[in-house]
Design a protein around this ligand. Sequence first.
Ligand code: RIB
Ligand code: CA
Length: 315
Amino acid sequence: MPKPLLIDTDPGIDDAVAIALALAQPEVEVIGITTVGGNSGLDHTTRNTLRLLELLDRTDIPVASGASEPYQRQVKAPAAAGVHGHDGFGGVDLPDPVTKIVSTNAADFLAEKIRNSSEPVTLVALGPLTNIAHLVDAHPDVIALIERFVIMGGAARTGNVTPVAEFNIWHDPESAKRVFSSGLEVVMVGLDVTNSLKTYEHLWDWLADAGKFGKAYAKMLGVYTDFYSSFYGERMTHQHDAIAVAEAIWPNCTNPQAAFIDVECDSPLTDGMTVVDVNMRQGQKPNAYVCWSIDGDLFHQRLMTALQNLAKTIN
Ligand code: RIB
Ligand code: CA
């Protein structure tokens, strides 16, 4: 019996890789996707989700759009235009979607899916936590119904937008603070693990012979790799979101450790920092897990096999 999976996402090129991995794996069944602003504006991330599902021939999956603005503070300019392109998808040549969203209220959509699922749902968040904060505010009863909540976000020891803040948390720190204190246990797949794995460009060579899927993903990953090459000097990428989805599909593959995690929202210097305490110094009970490492060869073998199999189904 596949695990039902809900994905909240801000596509985003690595989001597109992560969504393909989830769709390709029989261990999980994607029962819905919600969109949030982050890598690009909500209009782009929603359009990209719909376009992607049409490419992957999965328009059976309902899509609901979510928050266009952060949970409390003013909208931050998408800091990721240089990473994912102005459309959030590296300017990939995919037609405008013909499918429509089923709702503009991600929180209500997620709550309905969680309440009505015959099997406990795993929820994965791949972007800022704005929709999840609204979910726990409006529907606190669903916290007890969620089997597992995995996020790509945060870090115990580093940052990517600032020296100490990771983009998804930095983009909407108050929503993350709300989620970490809500009673919903968070499995935090942060930069500690996602930055530890380099997906070199040559691992994607197979896309050249992978038809429509290959053409679209080669274009997106080429743009994504160009950014990493300019910033880090190597033709590689960090597949942040796919690693979080891997943790949802194969629990504990990123070596989670119980921790108390809170989020800085008031300091200009450390705004958006996830403060991770694995020693519970103030006597707190753990509210999360911080993930530390992954078997890179196994991850790459699983990811590329899954995407190659998915590509073969795309006409
Ligand atoms: O910091 C990496 C995260 O920010 C990923 O989810 C990427 O898609 C961006 O949203
Ligand atoms: Ca993302």
